[in-house]
Design a protein around this ligand. Structure first.
Ligand code: HMG
Ligand code: MG
Length: 333
């Protein structure tokens, strides 16, 4: 199925982490439920980072618990293999495991199948960004990741993010070779997918292709052919759709988007200049299908999820909090 493209929606994590206010957990869960029904292949539900650094995602454990409930109510069984959570270090994995086992809610460990099918580790191709984002050099970040991957987990998915693959907000243009080096470190670590993030949306088709060529030379074509090479674009200058088309031509078969174009990275912003959002999943799907490829996404249901995302963000920005529950976004996935 060479023409089928895999879509990950990152709005509950990358979208909501960048909101100035804190979105209620109940609203985030409703967004995740609507995204499930839109049939995106994967959803990045939250991040087990320090709540002091990213208070917007301090409810990560409650999100995992709530997502398990969605699976029981809507899918009558175990959570489907589609949830991703970011993990920066061993502490993050420990908190995830406590949440998955029920220890955070019920006070004792139980055996329950994992909710999160893929953990996402995140490094950068820029030393300055790495320091500002995770308080570690690139080398130190991989030492932390080794501590994470040493811990056995029954779900084997590991995504390795490389941020600043085109440019860094602090260092400017990033050499494609630096991106390829970090991607190769991830392959050595044993990740199952590599996600290349244009964190500040500086990419053009030309610079994206130059970067992809360097990565392909270093880690090999098979990562592209089996859909294990993901592109994560932000749409700062309105070039993200052009970059998607170029990447499809090059052989990328997996992309991230964020409904309603929510998103950004808090540490990518410079004073007085907030980084604009990710490419919207709606535009991503339209662009992919317009180029003659297929996705599994139901565009009508995706539009419902996007409307809901806009509603909860608007309510949060207005200080009221609490979006309405969507009774009609459902149906089975
Ligand atoms: P640190 O302060 O250097 O950590 O933060 P530390 O090891 O010195 O610990 C300090 C305290 O934090 C300790 O608590 C730890 O227990 C606690 P205390 O003893 O003071 O009470 N702590 C934690 N608590 C909860 N969960 C944890 C955790 N780790 C330590 N996991 C750290 C290091 C990595 C934690 C911090 O820098 C951090 O949380 N950074 C998060 C940054 C972030 O989330 N950025 C956005 C995601 S990246 C992104 O958006 C880009 C992407 O979209 C791709 C793209 O667009 O390019 C993925
Ligand atoms: Mg991002």
């Amino acid at each position: 199925m060479a023409d089928l493209i895999r879509i990950t929606d990152v709005s509950p994590r990358d979208g909501l982490q960048n909101e100035p206010g804190i979105i209620p957990t109940r609203d985030k869960l409703e967004l995740i439920r609507l995204l499930c029904h839109s049939r995106v292949d994967q959803i990045e539900i939250t991040s087990f980072v320090s709540p002091k650094w990213v208070p917007q995602l301090a409810d990560a454990a409650a999100i995992v618990e709530g997502v398990r409930d969605i699976a029981v109510q809507d899918f009558t069984g175990s959570p489907p293999n589609r949830y991703i959570a970011l993990i920066p270090n061993a502490k993050g994995l420990e908190v995830l495991h406590a949440a998955e086992s029920g220890a955070t809610k019920h006070g004792l460990e139980q055996f329950r199948p994992p909710v999160v099918s893929t953990i996402a580790l995140f490094a950068a191709a820029s030393e300055t960004f790495s320091q500002k984002n995770i308080n570690a050099s690139i080398e130190e970040s991989f030492e932390r990741f080794r501590q994470v991957t040493r811990v056995p987990r029954s779900s084997p998915g590991i995504r390795g993010y490389v941020s600043c693959v085109i440019a860094c907000p602090f260092e400017g243009a990033i050499k494609p070779q630096a991106v390829a080096d970090v991607a190769a470190r991830f392959t050595d670590l044993g990740v199952t997918e590599i996600d290349l993030g244009d964190t500040i949306g500086a990419g053009t088709p030309e610079t994206v292709l130059e970067m992809l060529e360097a990565v392909e030379r270093r880690i090999g074509r098979t990562w592209f052919d089996r859909g294990a090479l993901v592109l994560h674009l932000h749409d700062t200058f309105g070039r993200a759709a052009d970059c998607v088309k170029a990447a499809l031509d090059f052989g990328v078969r997996s992309f991230d988007g964020s409904v309603a174009g929510l998103g950004g990275c808090p540490y990518a912003s410079t004073p007085g200049k907030r980084v604009p959002g990710n490419i919207s999943t709606e535009l991503l799907v339209r662009t992919i299908e317009g180029a003659g490829f297929r996705t599994r996404v139901d565009k009508n249901r995706l539009a419902i999820a996007a409307d809901y995302a806009r509603t909860i963000v608007a309510a949060s920005r207005a200080g009221s909090g609490g979006g309405p529950l969507q009774k009609n976004g459902g149906g089975q996935s």
